[in-house]
Design a protein around this ligand. Structure first.
Ligand code: ADP
Ligand code: MG
Length: 378
């Protein structure tokens, strides 16, 4: 398959050059562009040296001055030369391969920080297949968040607490306590507790970035030791912002989530029972996450309409996966606090991975199209 792509690279490039984009499709739906609660972006990473060296062309091309990307697959025909099969995807914000993590931070993630500082709940997710740039993006964003939290620009006295965990199936590990196993419990008030996770009180940017790096290194070591576990687990960095003048219920929460590789959910090579169970769990967690993000966005966009509100409440099935249970504060319709969500769909543009990129962009579009026009608030 890969050889077929390399052999036909020149033809492919010419077909892509000759491609005439049609205007981006627009359904009869209002999108989350109208919602202050969710921003769906895509980041197309640069081609890596070894991908270029092998002769692979780029298969995902952003349109200039637009938030739409074209994706071209190369298809073998029964007769005649191969053809391209093109599709386009539109998100709220599209970052091409020249975009820096600093730009992504400033454009979409930075606003989450004062929101959480004021007692809100905010989450940034990185979604995509293994190798698409999730960890690269999240670790950069974490550093920028540390800077904003600690540079003294935010008003009011707060205490910042950091905790970083890894979720593998239904098991959680504390990445700031030598990967000690912890449990995720719901207390009698319905609050999710990360029982046993150590929270670190942060007072300087340096101490925060040190902890972030410790957690990243621990995750990376495990990855090389045990056949890339990092691609099959979610990493959750939780920043709790305590206002000493207010009750604990009003703590702000900011989560930065590096999701499991989206391809792990469809691991067809998973033959042994435990790998199969793991793939099923990742599949469930990513699909429940999609339902929860959509359900919550619908709920937020339609505040006045109680009928829809009831319906939406039924459609935020956060109890159906450990990931969404852990992020209960973001999703639970009973939660008094407003939630803000940013999703960065990470895309590897290499033609060899275009199938996975297509799934990622489709997932992003599904998150974005949330409010039917008829039900949209005036
Ligand atoms: P993932 O976490 O999705 O598996 P990584 O973040 O580990 O992917 O990225 C895969 C590789 O691509 C790494 O070598 C990383 O340094 C590189 N990479 C990812 N995004 C970028 C980028 N925007 N610019 C340069 N290199 C990148
Ligand atoms: Mg990673």
């Amino acid at each position: 398959m890969e050889q077929f792509l390399i052999d036909n690279a020149d033809r492919y490039r010419n077909l892509v050059k000759a491609f005439k984009p049609t205007p981006a499709k627009k359904g009869g739906v209002e999108t989350s562009a109208a919602s202050p609660y969710i921003t769906v972006c895509a980041r197309i990473r640069p081609m890596l040296e070894d991908e270029l060296a092998q002769g692979f062309p780029e298969g995902v091309i952003p349109r200039a001055q637009s938030s739409t990307a074209d994706l071209h697959e190369l298809r073998q025909k029964v007769r005649g030369p191969p053809v391209i099969n093109s599709s386009d995807y539109t998100v709220d914000k599209l970052f091409d391969s020249n975009a820096t993590t600093a730009q992504i931070y400033e454009t979409v993630v930075q606003p989450l920080v004062p929101w959480a500082w004021a007692g809100g709940v905010a989450t940034s997710f990185a979604y995509g297949q293994t190798g698409s740039g999730k960890t690269f993006t999240v670790s950069g964003l974490e550093r920028h968040v540390a800077e904003t939290l600690m540079d003294g620009s935010l008003e009011g006295e707060r205490k910042v607490h950091l905790c970083i965990i890894e979720l593998a199936g239904q098991t959680a590990f504390d990445l700031l306590n030598n990967r000690k196993q912890i449990s995720i419990l719901e207390d009698s008030f319905g609050n999710t507790q990360l029982a046993g996770a150590v929270e670190h009180h942060i007072t300087t940017k340096a101490s925060m970035t040190d902890l972030i790096e410790t957690a990243a290194a621990l995750r990376q070591t495990r990855a090389t030791l045990k056949n890339d576990t990092s691609s099959r687990s979610h990493a959750i960095c939780r920043i709790r912002i305590e206002n000493p003048a207010s009750s604990a219920d009003d703590d702000g929460l900011l989560y930065l989530v590096d999701l499991a590789g989206s391809e792990a959910a469809r691991d067809r090579a998973a033959h042994d029972a435990s790998r199969m169970k793991e793939a099923r769990e990742i599949n469930t967690s990513l699909s429940v996450l999609k339902d929860c993000i959509r359900g919550r966005a619908l709920l937020d966009a339609d505040k006045g309409n109680t009928k829809t509100k009831k319906k939406a409440a039924a459609y935020v099935p956060f109890r159906q996966s450990t990931l969404t249970k852990t992020l209960k504060h973001l999703f639970d319709p009973a939660s008094r606090r407003g939630g803000k969500t940013v999703v960065v769909a990470c895309v590897n543009p290499c033609l060899a991975d275009v199938g996975a990129s297509k799934n990622t962009l489709r997932y992003a579009e599904l998150l974005r199209v949330v409010v039917p026009k008829a039900a949209a608030p005036a």
